[in-house]
Design a protein around this ligand. Structure first.
Ligand SMILES: [Zn+2]
Length: 87
């Protein structure tokens, strides 16, 4: 572990710090476990959040982004619908 700020991020590759299930500290590379820190504010994707790394204690910013998916593969049977019938 080094004392330089963002040492882990600069050591790269930077994509390892992008779109993770848990934020990764850019200083020391430790995973920031949201549950352990009760950091539920990170699930607000409209803002950038400052957090303190639980491992090295330094502050870094987390940008949150949710990804939505939509499924239509499970449908209730539409028994009362007759084929070709227009509503
Ligand atoms: Zn850290």
């Amino acid at each position: 572990m080094t004392d330089k700020p963002f040492a882990s991020l600069k050591a790269g590759p930077s994509y390892e710090f992008s779109a993770n299930r848990q934020p990764k500290c850019p200083h020391c590379g430790s995973e920031y476990v949201i549950e352990d820190h009760d950091a539920w504010q990170l699930y607000d994707e409209n803002d950038t959040h400052d957090v303190d790394c639980g491992h090295c204690g330094r502050e870094f910013q987390v940008t949150s982004r949710a990804s939505w998916t939509f499924s239509t593969d499970e449908q209730d049977a539409l028994d009362d619908e007759e084929p070709g019938h227009e509503h």
